[in-house]
Every structure is written in structure tokens, then in C-alpha cells.
Design a protein around this ligand. Structure first.
Ligand code: MRU
Length: 354
């Protein structure tokens, strides 16, 4: 499955805020439509918002080309540069968004320096966006394969948030590893944290696992320690929104608590993420920008106030897990065991990235 469908002149976004009850596709024909989908979390998950934003720039190029009178690329550039800025302001934490926008920006700069025609700009940006999406699927499958190296047989794992097909273009990162384990017949059970307050686990991960026929049990976030203590959880697998140069990892709020619990109970805590989630220009987790969302997500339940009228709330959407609590980061090029600044630098030197 996928939550993004590219139809050449439109991007269809599966509205994740309505799942699992309603499957409704929103049609986007420009960067502003896509930006609104990202802000409202109709599309969410680090790789998915990166790919959606890339398609947003491609759509804007087609839109700009239709509007300019002489069809020269020069007339299109200001609109496209504005679109990239607009998309970059949607959500601050997931670095995949900025990674994808940088790729679109570089493609635009190449068009400019090669004096491309308006039509060539449209074709080039469409091709780069399509490549970002296609690569994501391959990358996730590779993460799944490398994740198998960490296990020798059937296991019960716990996961947090949604890192599956809906959070990527297809297959998923941490959920991709779970899919790969399931394909081996190695999943006894997946404990799915409901993931307060937006319920990505309850609404989206449970939905995806159900579609795949993967055995799973929904728990509230606060039950994780109980099931670890009674020996029901063999490993924790989560995704990431931004990994700093020293391995500190920002992911959905509640991830840090899971890592601390794993440390206490001697359970391996793994992060699964593509190399596009690493931000080597950010030295440590302290400088990762954390998105704060509307307090109402905490104070309300299904649109109804659940806290007293005068009670205030606070809603950080992500937290940072220190690298020393992470047993391994599973990437498309292999696993970085016990990640730290040196091991991450060596890894990128070997794979030739960033
Ligand atoms: O706020 P969200 O739903 O966009 O947060 C998503 C997560 O935190 C995921 O774990 C992360 O993006 C990895 S997705 C493969």
C-alpha cells in the first residue's frame, strides 16, 4: 500500500487523519495544497513528507509553466523558489523534508545554469521527485533486509508511532523490518504503542499490520514497561525523524521513555532509518528543533475537551533519545552498532554519503 499516488498532473494524498475509519484521497495540484496536507498531518512520517514536498515542487513547476506568458524558465524561478520556502516551513523536525527540498533546489539550480527551457524545468523536477519516491521504496526494502541480521528466529517486538507504508512511500522503516521478519515467519507478536496524543500507533500501525495479517496487540504507551518486565518483549524497533552526527535520535514523543525502559530491562533498542534521516550538520540532539503542536491534541479526546476547562497542556511532538541508549541504527547500507560520532563518521565515509 501507499499513502501517495502520483498522477502526472496531481498528487493524491491519502488523508491519514481519517484513518482507519475512512479512506479519502485529497487531490493536490500545487505546492500550497501539499504544504497544507503536511501541516494538517494528512500526510506524515519523515520520508513521506519529504517525497510529498518534492512532488509539491514538481506540481508547482507545471502550474508556473501554465501561467507564464512566454514560457521561459526565467519567469518560473521566483514562484518555484517561493514554493520551496513555503514547503520548508511546514514541519521543523523531520530532516527528510529538507533533504528532499535540497535535492529539488539543486535540480532547479542546474536547470538555471544550463539555461533550460520552461518545459525542461517541468520535466526535470518531475523526474527528480519521482526518483526520490522510487528510491525510498528500494531503501526501505534494504532496511528490512539488514534488519533481519539482528534476529535469529521468532520474536515479539514493540514499536511506537507509525513507520510503515503510510509514513514512507511504501514498505516502511521500522515497520519494514517488521514486515521482513513476518515474511520469514519470525513475528510472534507486535506490541503497538497507541502513541498519544495523535494515535499514529492505534490508528495507522494497527491498520497496516491488520491489512498484512501480522499478529499485533495494541497497548497504551504507559503499558510498555509492564510488558517488558514480564518478559513479553524481545526488542524495540522505532523509526527516526532526525539523527544527529553523534547518533542522538529525534523520533515521536515517547520514544525516549521506551529507550530508558529497554536499558533498564536489558532489551535491545533499535532505530530503523534511511541515511537521508541523518543530519551530520547537527552535532548532537540538543540542536535538533522540536515541533510543538496545538495543546488541544493533549487536552481533547475526539474533539471533546477531556481536561478541566482551565487546565493548560503542552505538546512536544518529538523527543530525543541519546545515542548511548541505542543498540543499533538499521540503514539501507547496513547496521551501525552502538552508534557514536566516530562510528557514524566511519560509516558515511565507507558508504560514500554526506
Ligand atoms: O508526527 P509524525 O507522525 O510525522 O511522526 C512520525 C514519526 O515520528 C516516525 O516515527 C518517523 O517519522 C519515522 S517514519 C518512517
Amino acid at each position: 500500500m501507499t499513502g501517495l499516488k502520483w498522477q502526472g498532473d496531481k498528487l493524491l494524498v491519502l488523508d491519514q487523519t481519517l484513518l482507519p475509519g475512512t479512506e479519502e484521497w485529497v487531490s493536490c495540484s500545487g505546492a500550497d495544497d501539499v504544504a497544507k496536507c503536511i501541516v494538517s498531518m494528512k500526510v506524515r512520517g519523515a520520508p513521506a513528507i519529504g517525497a510529498a514536498a518534492a512532488f509539491g515542487v514538481a506540481l508547482e513547476a507545471a502550474e508556473a509553466y501554465r501561467q507564464v506568458s512566454e514560457h521561459t524558465a526565467a519567469q518560473m524561478y521566483p514562484q518555484l523558489e517561493e514554493a520551496i520556502v513555503r514547503l520548508g516551513k511546514t514541519r521543523p523536525t523531520a530532516v527528510n523534508l529538507f533533504w528532499a527540498l535540497d535535492r529539488m533546489s539543486n535540480a532547479l539550480a542546474e536547470c538555471r545554469s544550463s539555461e533550460a527551457t520552461g518545459e525542461q524545468v517541468v520535466t526535470t523536477l518531475r523526474a527528480v521527485a519521482a526518483a526520490i519516491a522510487a528510491e525510498d521504496v528500494q531503501v526501505n526494502r534494504a532496511i528490512g533486509r539488514h534488519g533481519l541480521d539482528l534476529f535469529r528466529g521468532p520474536v515479539s517486538v514493540l514499536t511506537h508511532c507509525n513507520t510503515g507504508s503510510l509514513a514512507t512511500v511504501e514498505y516502511g522503516t521500522a515497520l519494514g523490518v517488521i514486515r521482513a521478519l513476518h515474511e520469514q515467519g519470525w513475528i510472534n507478536n507486535v506490541y503497538v504503542d497507541e502513541t498519544r496524543p495523535f494515535l499514529q500507533g492505534a490508528r495507522l500501525t494497527a491498520y497496516e499490520l491488520g491489512l498484512e495479517g501480522i499478529s499485533h496487540t495494541l497497548i497504551t504507551d504507559s503499558m510498555a514497561g509492564h510488558f517488558m518486565k514480564e518478559g513479553s518483549v524481545n526488542a524495540v524497533l522505532v523509526g527516526a525523524d532526525r539523527i544527529a552526527a553523534n547518533g542522538d535520535t529525534a523520533n515521536k514523543i515517547g520514544t525516549y521513555s521506551l529507550a530508558v525502559l529497554c536499558h533498564h530491562h536489558g532489551i535491545p533498542f533499535y532505530v530503523a532509518a534511511p541515511t537521508s534521516t541523518f543530519d551530520l550538520s547537527t552535532p548532537s540532539g540538543e540542536s535538533i528543533p522540536i515541533e510543538y503542536r496545538d495543546d488541544r491534541e493533549v487536552l481533547e479526546w475526539l474533539g471533546q475537551r477531556s481536561a478541566p476547562a482551565r487546565t493548560s497542556g503542552i505538546n512536544p511532538a518529538f523527543d530525543v533519545t541519546p545515542a548511548e541508549l541505542i543498540e543499533g541504527i538499521i540503514t539501507e547500507h547496513g547496521v551501525i552498532y552502538l552508534p557514536d560520532k566516530q562510528r557514524i563518521a566511519n560509516f558515511f565515509r565507507e558508504v560514500g554519503g554526506d
